[in-house]
Design a binder for this molecule. Sequence first.
Ligand SMILES: NC(=O)c1ccc[n+]([C@@H]2O[C@H](COP(=O)([O-])OP(=O)(O)OC[C@H]3O[C@@H](n4cnc5c(N)ncnc54)[C@H](O)[C@@H]3O)[C@@H](O)[C@H]2O)c1
Length: 429
Amino acid sequence: MIQNLQEKKTKLAVIGLGYVGLPLALEFAKKYSVIGFDINQNRVESLQQHTDPSEDVDEKSFENTDILFTSQHKDLQDATVYIVAVPTPIDAYNIPDLQPLISATKSVAKVLKKGDYVVYESTVYPGATEEDCLPLLEKISGLTLGEDFKLGYSPERINPGDKINTLTNILKIVSGSDSEALAYIAELYGSIITAGIYKASSIKVAEAAKIIENTQRDVNIALMNELSILFSKMNINTFEVLEAASTKWNFYNVTPGLVGGHCIGVDPYYLTYKANQLKHHPKIITSGRAINDEMPIYLAKKIIKEINRSGKILKESRVLILGATFKENVSDIRNSKIFDTVQELKSYSIDVTVVDPYASSEQVKEYYSHDLHREPYGTYDVIVLAVKHKEFCDLPESYFVNLSNKELIFFDLKGIYRDMLNAHIYFSL
Ligand SMILES: NC(=O)c1ccc[n+]([C@@H]2O[C@H](COP(=O)([O-])OP(=O)(O)OC[C@H]3O[C@@H](n4cnc5c(N)ncnc54)[C@H](O)[C@@H]3O)[C@@H](O)[C@H]2O)c1
């Protein structure tokens, strides 16, 4: 089968061309004939012009690739391998929203043929591929797993904005519905991944491996956030504690922070949802989520307390927030927790200026109904350095002093400017 792909007698389709699907489709398209399918027509049109609307993939990556970008379902029928990389978000009640996954599965099922492969890459709870997607594939196509087609799951482990650990140099976990499927899927991914392939013993194991990577991170950040709240009461700087503790060889060095984005703060809810279905009520995972979700309000309360302490009137105060995205050096503002802090401050009639070099002001307006600025203007009563963008990491002390009204009240969430610890009114997490 790989030979058929190599000889371009058959095609490979990637369904969902976002942060995960696009780099994957382009990598496969260096070797094989690829159909890149996405329901978002604007995105497809932009990709046809070799522009990634997410600004994650550069124009050069489109060179020397054999790929058709399409939003036409009929184009999918030419493929024999289907890789699904659509979003797996949660709804307003933190319940998994499988709608994109189900809809993509239906698109594949309608064109599924004997001998085809379907591989899921979207992050899901263990069981979703076989219990939620497979029945739809079989029902709509009229085909039977094993006899007619094969199934697999291979989680994506890329880290948004990370230009070092990229698709091809991260070891890839693969799994298959039987040994033949596993061997084929391993060979397929092995043809583009240089870091190597790990063959998981089952689809559920591969699904679980991915979801616990992010859950473990979420819980560890929650522990650090809890310690940060405690250390703040003790007048101890958490980053100084972490620096000291990490001199031990096996200390797991995770820093406190706001947990946003569409992976770390979302994926644990997939696991807790499944756990609750099985009448197991997870405690550590849900506590971690609760702590992390409360951090933006904790931060807002601290800012308000400092404004009061300094004798200023809340509704006459101005707060500058440096950084709007959910993490450093990316433009992605989806589920950025700093806007929870902004909303809380605004509910006290505090004037908040948000500055970010990467985020799109249109998107910030659309998602959070707030104006975004490229530069601060005027002076501020409190300055919050929220995101570790490289532009914010090497500023002179005078930059912050000049932007502040009288005394500098500085919330340096990531502890970058700890040398200011004793010189001004300084907080980190
Ligand atoms: N972004 C990351 O760094 C990352 C890392 C590892 C895993 N993941 C997981 O990978 C999956 C995809 O995430 P992403 O960040 O690429 O999402 P994304 O939002 O960037 O892109 C998803 C794309 O899928 C398209 N889409 C939605 N429904 C569709 C459908 N029915 N048919 C075809 N296309 C459809 C959307 O239009 C969008 O372009 C998620 O499960 C996510 O949790 C993401």
